[in-house]
Design a protein. Structure first.
Length: 98
């Protein structure tokens, strides 16, 4: 073991051997994911189904009742008018006495 200490050439060789072994180990891993690709393709709807879904969504939106925003606007328009007077500038500036 004394020959491993301090000899830079031996350390470089050891580093290259370990890096090569790691590269071989990683290259042996199976990276074929064709089954996953096939499952993803199989689970996707075709273009005709997507067009039918889009048409149904558009028809539903066109036939839907008016949004709640219109109802709230109509209720606000039908509410009695607020006839309270706005304060004058002098009244607004007179807050130090409070």
């Amino acid at each position: 073991m004394d020959h491993l200490q301090g000899n830079p050439n031996t350390m470089k060789r050891l580093t290259f051997v370990l890096a090569g072994a790691a590269a071989l180990a990683l290259s042996a891993c199976n990276n074929n994911n064709q089954d996953q690709v096939d499952n993803a393709v199989m689970n996707q709807p075709n273009a005709d189904e997507l067009n039918a879904l889009a048409d149904n969504a558009a028809n539903d939106a066109a036939n839907a009742p008016a949004p709640v925003v219109n109802k709230a606007r109509d209720e606000n328009a039908a509410a009695p008018a607020d006839n309270t007077a706005n304060p004058t500038d002098a009244e607004e500036q007179n807050v130090s006495g409070m």
